[in-house]
Ligand binder design. Sequence first.
Ligand code: 13P
Ligand code: SF4
Length: 409
Amino acid sequence: MTVDAVVPADTAAARLGVAPSPLAQLLLGRTLGTADLASERGVDCPGDLPSPSDPGLVERARRARAALGDRAFVLGHHYQRDEVIEFADVTGDSFKLAQKAAARPDAEFVLFCGVHFMAESADILTGDHQQVVLPDLAAGCSMADMAGLQQVEDAWAAFEAAGLADSTVPVAYMNSTAAIKSFTGRHGGTICTSSNADRSLRWAFERGERVLFLPDQHLGRNTAVLQLGLELDDCVVWNPHKPHGGVTPEQLRRAKMVLWRGHCSVHGRFSAANVADVRERIPGVNVLVHPECRHEVVTAADSVGSTEHIIRTLEAAPPGSSWAVGTELNLVSRLAAAHPDKSIVFLERTVCYCSTMNRIDLPHLVWAMESLVDGRVVNRIEVDPDTAHWARVALDRMLSLPGSGTTRG
Ligand code: 13P
Ligand code: SF4
């Protein structure tokens, strides 16, 4: 068995084998500064990448999956395409999938059909004898990449210089790189998911006067204001592209929530105008959104919750009820098809898939599985032991919060 790629932790740049950049969103070109527009980083596939038009693709996937048997465990995030979900042994949100991966120590290979930070979490939570594979290395997350390790270290140095580090507790969203989770563990903080963010924040406020919440400003603000009862004025936004985050030391000292200036490029698209528009078009519609949406969207909606909450809410909804859903389109389309007795529409009029999630397609899954059948581990995601240790400390703090170790709400 040979390993073709061992990928270090942190950011798209590290993932793609180049020096870290403060602006990590560099998908084109093989080297920083000399963009080669004919190439795309991270998408080299040693061996044969099947053509998407190969009529035998589904059959190849079935054969490779059967050949791997119990040696492999295929995880599919809810936002994946139908063609990929078809081959998932289990589907879930990022937290549930990490738990599921940890619960299968017998599986030699964990094929993660999701994005890079999820595969990292799976590697941290699985045994040393297990290998995690991401079928396309370009499946990153724009939100996770908005908080680079050096940027966060620089911000923390500013907290230290202002004498505020000892009274500040970092809380990192699951949707962050292993390096950021590790930073959080080293500095006494915890991880949260979109369903337990309130519990993680309460835990943090028992230990400090303020929270540094990263990388999703919207989840941080929505949770602090709507669930913990803080004021919008208690929150300041730390912009890593401005000197001292664009915040004065006095503003920092007075803040209870310091929100990293990051957002999800999918959920951040929904607007309050979308909510008003759908209410006008569909009288009686219920608006259901993910807490990664902007504050004005969440406050205009009828219900807010994690991906699993959205799924459960629609399952429990009465026949004939009408819903407009603000989350990733692959999931909304699948839910609409699964519940023909309810009217389920996408909150925005225009199409909005998560483009990086969609990098995982059937050709890449077939390529990864056939390579494993041939004895070659491709696109392995391996977090270095020190990063993994401290990230695990932060994850374990979250898992020990009451109600966090089992399922998501
Ligand atoms: P969950 O998987 O935790 O629902 O997060 C949503 C998301 O944006 C995944 O990338
Ligand atoms: Fe990242 Fe948003 Fe895509 Fe999730 S949906 S992977 S948070 S960009």
